[in-house]
Design a protein around this ligand. Structure first.
Ligand code: ATP
Ligand code: MG
Length: 139
């Protein structure tokens, strides 16, 4: 059975460029319901903790520096088959390879500054949602 929740972040570059409203509108238009939402400026250490699974990769330092360079918007989203449906909406990790009309194609600048994050599995979505939101902050 596939779950109906996923977790997303709108990354600092997309927020500083003023695309947060457009991206949230795309998400809602695609049929996702907002279950939790916040704007927060992560410390370098918090960004490192969130991306701990990538700590051995060459891009980890750049990624965590970037993700703590300005505020992000974190959200828990609901839709049937949410994880896969959301990854379809955002497109490939590298914006230059993302399908036309996807969020990363429209608003991504580079692989690191690719506008949004989307969970890669149901369990990850649950863990990532819990990283940002308490029980009180969710629907
Ligand atoms: P996300 O988890 O952000 O939704 P993803 O699952 O498509 O994206 P991951 O492999 O989980 O990609 O990588 C997490 C993030 O690390 C990517 O969104 C991207 O910003 C960055 N990243 C991944 N691969 C590279 C790379 N080769 N060079 C630079 N940054 C990268
Ligand atoms: Mg990922």
């Amino acid at each position: 059975m596939t779950g109906n929740r996923t977790f997303t972040m709108i990354k600092p570059s997309a927020i500083s460029a003023g695309h947060a409203g457009n991206i949230l509108a795309m998400i809602e238009k695609a049929g996702f319901r907002l279950l939790a939402l916040k704007l927060i400026h992560l410390t370098r250490q918090q960004a490192g903790q969130f991306y701990a699974e990538h700590s051995a990769k060459g891009f980890y330092e750049d990624l965590t520096r970037f993700m703590s360079s300005g505020p992000i918007i974190a959200a828990i989203l609901e839709k049937e088959n949410a994880v896969a449906e959301f990854r379809k909406l955002i497109g490939a990790t590298d914006p230059s390879k993302a399908e036309p009309g996807t969020v990363r194609n429209l608003y991504g600048i580079s692989i690191t500054e690719n506008a949004v994050h989307g969970s890669d599995a149901d369990l990850t979505a649950e863990r990532e949602g819990s990283f940002f939101f308490s029980q009180l902050e969710r629907v």
